[in-house]
Design a protein around this ligand. Structure first.
Ligand SMILES: [Cu+2]
Length: 149
């Protein structure tokens, strides 16, 4: 009886952690101006989704800063271009641009991680979304697809 109860609670714990993993993703950024993935999947069954951005490099923010911004693919280039003129103090991002669905702050060594949590109701299943970095020049290499299902 006791053993059965333990088994059931272990099972519950296991499925709870699997569920939690589906509602967040970790993306690493590097000194080589890259993200470690070209695709993020956001599951609409999650009410909120968390993107954790790590920086595994040794270069500081003013040289190799990275952020992670999510928008419709159609808005991506405009947000990056506008961000460039905002300067490092504003993380190269005009944060009130209506096209921005979610964004982290910009990090660089010695900062190792940051995260952003957003409401998945901002995304439509099957929509065309992307993630990217707005540090000047980085978008050419630092971008990927956000798949919403
Ligand atoms: Cu970057």
């Amino acid at each position: 009886m006791f053993a059965k109860a333990v088994a059931v609670s272990l099972l519950t714990l296991a499925s709870a952690s699997v569920f939690a993993a589906d509602c967040s993703v970790t993306v690493d950024s590097t000194d080589q101006m890259s993200f470690n993935t070209k695709e993020i999947t956001v599951d609409k069954s999650c009410k909120e989704f968390t993107v954790k951005l790590t920086h595994s490099g040794n270069l500081p923010k003013n040289v190799m800063g990275h952020n992670l911004v999510i928008s419709k693919t159609a808005d991506m280039q405009g947000i990056a271009t506008e961000g460039m003129s905002q300067g490092l103090e504003k993380d190269y991002l005009k944060a009130d641009n209506a096209g921005i669905i979610a964004h982290t702050k910009m990090i660089g060594a010695p900062e190792k991680e940051t995260e952003v949590k957003f409401d998945t109701s901002k995304l439509e299943a099957g929509g065309d979304y992307s993630f990217f970095c707005t540090f000047p020049g980085h978008i050419s290499m630092m971008k990927g697809k956000v798949v919403v299902k």
